[in-house]
Design a protein around this ligand. Sequence first.
Ligand SMILES: [Zn+2]
Length: 169
Amino acid sequence: MSQLARKYGVSKQRIFQILMKAKELGYAVNRPRLLARRHGIDQCEVCNRILQVAEKDDLITKNQLCQLLSLEYKICSWHLNQLKGSGFVSKKFATMRSERLVVALQYYRYSSLPPSVVGRKFGYRNFYSLLSYQKKKGIAVERALNFPEASLLEREAPTGTPFVAQNHS
Ligand SMILES: [Zn+2]
């Protein structure tokens, strides 16, 4: 919009008014930046669904998140970035790249096996150092056993929420 404003020597505000007028008259004005400005996180269904997942678990790849919410990757990323940009969601959420590692970490969290055994199961020789690396990055890899908060969260979650750690056993 500022580019337009400079080019035509009018204020940004004026351009905004023109765009609004055009919309009123039924013209589709699909400028991504305009959409961004008008995107209210509290009113956005996609953002709310992402928030629900983020509150429950941060062990997820972006791909998995998009699949879980049945969203196109591009759309999912866009809303995720809005959430991160405004601090609703940790910047670390859904930053892990490897689904194998995510599954291994989930398994580790919900099992009582030592890291070396879990690592071997998923083909990681250095699982212990992977664990401490993730911990340093701020990813919660603590074991879920004996975590009363975790079970509380699960009970409070609305029924039918699709996200459950899939590797309990
Ligand atoms: Zn949104």
